[in-house]
Design a protein. Structure first.
Length: 145
């Protein structure tokens, strides 16, 4: 097996990001969200009943201060709201509003299409392996922090 080279990894990563970033940035800008925000919206779209701020920051791998800023931005845009987690507790869950579901759904669908384009030159098995490895890498980094 060829020895792992960090420089190759960085170059490949940069090439992939450049390949989709211009169109993705335009789509995000059109919907008034950033790459930073769409991560939160995507995660919330999969979480029935919402997530706490701690759950969001842990899963995404951002510190609590950045998560707080992102949620505040999304609240100001009307894409998320806070709901009491349990009656009488101070904890709350963050959930998507109807507008957040609409904008998030449109943006996520666009990003999924870009992901499909990214792997269009691969076989189904290669694409599955590619995404599996990315998920494994993300889980490792999440657990490391």
């Amino acid at each position: 097996m060829e020895q792992f080279d960090l420089i190759d990894y960085i170059c490949v990563n940069q090439c992939i990001r450049r390949g989709i970033s211009k169109e993705a940035a335009e789509e995000l800008r059109r919907n008034h969200v950033s790459h930073f925000h769409i991560l939160y919206m995507a995660l919330l779209s999969k979480a029935e009943g919402g997530l706490t701020l701690s759950e969001l920051s842990t899963y995404i791998g951002m510190d609590r201060a950045n998560a707080t800023r992102a949620v505040a931005d999304l609240e100001r845009l009307g894409f998320v709201r806070r709901e009491k987690h349990k009656e009488g507790e101070k904890k709350y869950k963050i959930v998507l509003t109807e507008e957040g579901k609409k904008i998030g759904g449109q943006t996520i669908a666009f990003m999924r299409e870009k992901a499909r384009e990214l792997v269009s030159g691969l076989t189904k098995e290669e694409a599955e392996t590619f995404f599996s490895l990315i998920k494994k890498q993300a889980a490792y980094l999440r657990n490391k922090n």
